[in-house]
Structure formats: structure tokens, C-alpha cells
Design a protein around this ligand. Structure first.
Ligand code: GLN
Length: 194
């Protein structure tokens, strides 16, 4: 079985592990630099991005993760706070980020907890009728030319892909069998088959 790393410092990493297992992928919790070695893909889960950045620094993972992302040899799936970590530019409030995904993101661009919920999303990357669970979700306010929008909520891109990086503003891992988890699993198998 192929093993996908799930950054497990904070946030909903357990839900990602359970979702990937349903698609034939084993997972490994990534808490130290050596856990990044040999994985067939990496998940950056939702949670609280500032806390994650602090923990990445205190666990000695900040630079190893930067290096891993720069090499970019396996698929990466970032949801919510994970997407914020990867963005080129972060506002509302501003924060440092890895910059490997060419989007500008407003961290709390959909409002506070009260504005969270399930919303319809549409686009070439998802079948008609797909929904996403948004929780204090980041809002993508600009995408670079190398970024493909696979689904939008209204006019906003909410599922994007740039090369091996797949990123969602919502939480597909919280649903039983969300199409976007399948999309990532396919990317992992295709990349490992090469
Ligand atoms: N708004 C949160 C942040 O800034 C992300 C919310 C989430 O991951 N559900 O980190």
C-alpha cells in the first residue's frame, strides 16, 4: 500500500487519514522531518494556520517542509489552513507562507464561524450537485496564470490545482466519500505509477 504523509501537528489530520484509507492509501503522521522521507504524497490539513506555523518552527519542520515543497516530486493536498500555508500571499491578517501555490488568500475572507456551513460548488473538477463544508474558510482573491480553477463557490475559486498541488478552501475529508478526496488519491496513484 502506498503511504501518504499527513501533517499532524494540529487540526483535522485524523479525518484526512480516515478518508484516504477509504481510497486505498495508507497514511503516516508527519511530526518530525524524517517522516517526510519516502511518502507518496502529503496532506496539509485544516485547523489554525498560525498555530501550525508556530508548531512547524518549534518541531524543526519549517525548513524540511520548505525543501520538500520546493522539490515538489509528489502530490500535495492542502485544505483550508493548509491552503493558507502554501499561498503566495496571505492577508486578513497577513502571515508568512511557503509561497508554492500562486494564489492570494484572505484568511477569514468568508467571515467568522457564524458564516460557516455547507455550500454548492461548481466547475470542471467536480460533478454537478457537489457541495463543500466551509469552516472559517480562506477566500482566494487572486490566482496566478499557472493555477487551474477546478471548482468555484459563486465567483470565487475554491478548488485549485497547480502542478502536483491540489488545494481546497473547504473540507472534503469531513464527508463520507467526497469527490475531491478521490481526485487526490488518483493524483497519488498516477504519480507513484510513473
Ligand atoms: N481561518 C483559519 C486560519 O486562518 C483556517 C480555518 C480552517 O482550517 N478551517 O488558519
Amino acid at each position: 500500500m502506498r503511504t501518504v504523509g499527513v501533517l499532524a501537528l494540529q487540526g483535522d489530520f485524523a479525518a484526512h487519514a480516515a478518508a484516504l484509507l477509504r481510497h486505498g492509501l495508507a497514511t503516516r503522521q508527519v511530526r518530525r522531518p524524517e517522516h517526510l522521507v519516502g511518502i507518496a504524497g502529503l496532506v496539509l490539513p485544516g485547523g489554525e494556520s498560525t498555530t501550525m506555523l508556530n508548531l512547524l518552527a518549534s518541531q524543526g519542520l519549517e525548513q524540511p517542509l520548505a525543501q520538500f515543497l520546493r522539490v515538489g516530486s509528489v502530490p500535495v493536498f492542502a485544505t483550508c489552513a493548509g491552503l493558507i500555508l502554501l499561498a503566495r500571499e496571505v492577508s486578513d491578517p497577513p502571515q508568512r507562507s511557503y509561497g508554492v501555490l500562486d494564489v492570494k488568500v484572505a484568511r477569514n475572507g468568508y467571515g467568522r464561524q457564524i458564516a460557516s456551513g455547507r455550500f454548492s460548488i461548481a466547475g470542471d473538477g467536480v460533478p454537478a450537485g457537489t457541495t463543500g463544508v466551509f469552516i472559517r474558510a480562506p477566500r482566494i482573491v487572486q490566482t496566478g496564470s499557472g493555477v487551474k480553477t477546478l471548482a468555484s463557490r459563486g465567483a470565487d475559486p475554491v478548488l485549485v490545482q497547480q502542478g502536483q498541488v491540489l488545494a481546497a478552501c473547504f473540507h472534503p475529508e469531513l464527508e463520507d466519500d467526497h469527490v475531491v478526496v478521490r481526485t487526490f488519491a488518483r493524483l497519488v496513484h498516477a504519480s507513484a505509477d510513473q
